[in-house]
Ligand binder design. Structure first.
Ligand SMILES: NC(=O)C1=CN([C@@H]2O[C@H](COP(=O)(O)OP(=O)(O)OC[C@H]3O[C@@H](n4cnc5c(N)ncnc54)[C@H](OP(=O)(O)O)[C@@H]3O)[C@@H](O)[C@H]2O)C=CC1
Ligand SMILES: CC(=O)[C@@H](O)[C@H](O)COP(=O)(O)O
Ligand SMILES: [Mn+2]
Length: 414
């Protein structure tokens, strides 16, 4: 990638080491763009082995040129010709389709940043783990869909997972490598989203625009809607359960509207450590990119006096039933987290495209969980392929149910 100034003061690249080779999956998304921002600020510390994206060929081509990627993969085969054309005259290799994204994930690299949204990230991220790569994981849906098999592969292949998700990154830093047996409680915080103070009736009638109006973070639409329903915290509890091998009963959620304290670890001696930072994803991404060293970021700095007060509240499961559903899935285990994730992805899509109301998201997920419990879809997935089979069945079923409801006019568009 392009060389530039500024890296002399930095911990990496300025000590004569070869640049760290990065594969960036989901390069055009919110996490992808923040990662690119950091890569471009540290040109001597990193080189880009591969990038991958979904459909946006123009953004992918711009990113490939900016970071001087060696290989670019686009999932949508219809975008191949335009991507190839945009990169003609360069020596950047271009490929399209499912296998191409897997190739991006498995090219020789020191660190794979997993930032595709949804269960679409499962296969490529798992392929990187199979090769024993260090994976900086933003994609929480991977662990909700296939957490058991994922963590087994990571262990067997000695692949390291570094958490990018802000709460998990804070906890990872707060843990400081201590043994998990010394933990009494692990707490992740929730901003509470845009509907934190709204009545149940107002939440029921919320528009897409209102749900996308997150108070503290600028993220892709899926994570933003999950934040509004608090499903995001449910997914994150399941994510924490897998990453830190902590049982459900030791995991807790606290609403913290300022999003300054991201995660806390309570130890058996009464000590509590916590990770704090202003809400800017470049902080946890930088931690993972540089780990075990540090790089500088331009993220705004924490000023406690200017903040004045940090407040904490109990989450309200009556107004935010999605969190309760995720907690049940975590405690029940089996394939329920897989079912929860797949049904939620379909329901969020349906809400974003105006086919269901906001409260319909949790209702659709609940129906999918009930159906899975009835018909045996809830069997524990032994492998990633099993998990993806269940994911597929649930998606088809949820899409079918939504289409039937729409056809029979039963949909309540609150
Ligand atoms: N944004 C944030 O601050 C945070 C996000 N996360 C997690 O990180 C992940 C990414 O989130 P975010 O960046 O917000 O999401 P975005 O929607 O902004 O970006 C998603 C990225 O994935 C790409 N993509 C989508 N489908 C595919 C596919 N089938 N194959 C290859 N690439 C694909 C998109 O490409 P295209 O642009 O072409 O559609 C885009 O690059 C999510 O799992 C989220 O939960 C976790 C913590 C914070
Ligand atoms: C930035 C990040 O990590 C998000 O996943 C965050 O958790 C969203 O904010 P909420 O706390 O509102 O879900
Ligand atoms: Mn998070």
């Amino acid at each position: 990638m392009a060389t530039g100034t500024g890296s002399d003061q930095l911990g990496t690249g300025s000590r004569g080491r070869p640049p760290k080779r990065i594969a960036l999956l989901g390069a055009t998304g919110s996490i992808g763009r923040s990662t690119v921002d950091l890569l471009l600020r540290n040109p001597e510390a990193y080189s880009v082995a591969a990038i991958a994206g979904g459909r946006d060929h123009a953004a992918l081509a711009r990113t490939a040129l900016a970071v001087k990627a060696e290989f670019v993969a686009i999932r949508d085969e219809d975008g191949y010709a335009a991507l190839k054309e945009a990169l003609s005259g360069t020596n950047i290799q271009v490929a399209a389709g499912r296998e191409a994204v897997i190739e991006a994930a498995t090219r020789e690299a020191d660190l794979v940043v997993s930032a595709i949204v949804g269960a679409a990230g499962v296969e490529p991220t798992h392929a990187a783990l199979e090769l024993g790569r260090v994976v900086a994981l933003a994609n929480k849906e991977c662990l909700v869909c296939a957490g058991g098999p994922f963590m087994r592969t990571a262990q067997q292949k000695k692949a390291r997972l570094l958490p990018i998700d802000s709460e998990h990154n804070a906890i990872f830093q707060a843990l400081g490598g201590e043994d998990v047996s010394r933990i009494e409680k692990m707490t992740i915080t929730a901003s509470g989203g845009p509907f934190r103070t709204w009545t149940r009736e107002a939440i029921e009638a919320a528009t897409v625009e209102q749900a996308l109006n997150h108070p503290n973070w600028a993220m892709g639409p899926k994570n933003t809607i999950d934040s509004a329903s608090l499903m995001n915290k449910g997914l994150e509890l399941i994510e924490a359960h897998h990453i830190f091998a902590v049982p459900a009963e030791k995991l807790d959620v606290v609403v913290h509207p300022q999003s300054i304290v991201h995660g806390l670890v309570s130890f058996t001696d009464g000590s509590v450590t916590a990770g704090l930072a202003r809400p800017d994803m470049r902080v946890p991404i930088a931690h993972c990119l540089a780990y075990p060293e540090r790089i500088e970021t331009p993220a705004p700095r924490l000023d406690l006096v200017a903040l004045g007060a940090l407040t904490f509240e109990k989450p309200d499961l009556d107004r935010f039933p999605a969190l309760g559903l995720a907690l049940d899935a975590l405690r029940e285990g089996g394939a329920l987290p897989t079912v929860l994730n797949a049904a939620n992805e379909i329901a969020v899509e349906a809400f974003l495209s105006g086919r269901i109301g906001f409260s319909g998201i949790a209702r659709e997920v609940e129906k999918a969980l009930e159906a899975a419990l009835k018909d045996g879809t809830a069997r524990e997935p032994a492998t990633v392929e099993d998990a993806l089979d269940i994911d597929h069945i649930v998606r088809e079923r949820s899409r079918g149910a939504l289409a039937m409801n729409q056809a029979s006019g039963m949909l309540t568009l609150q």
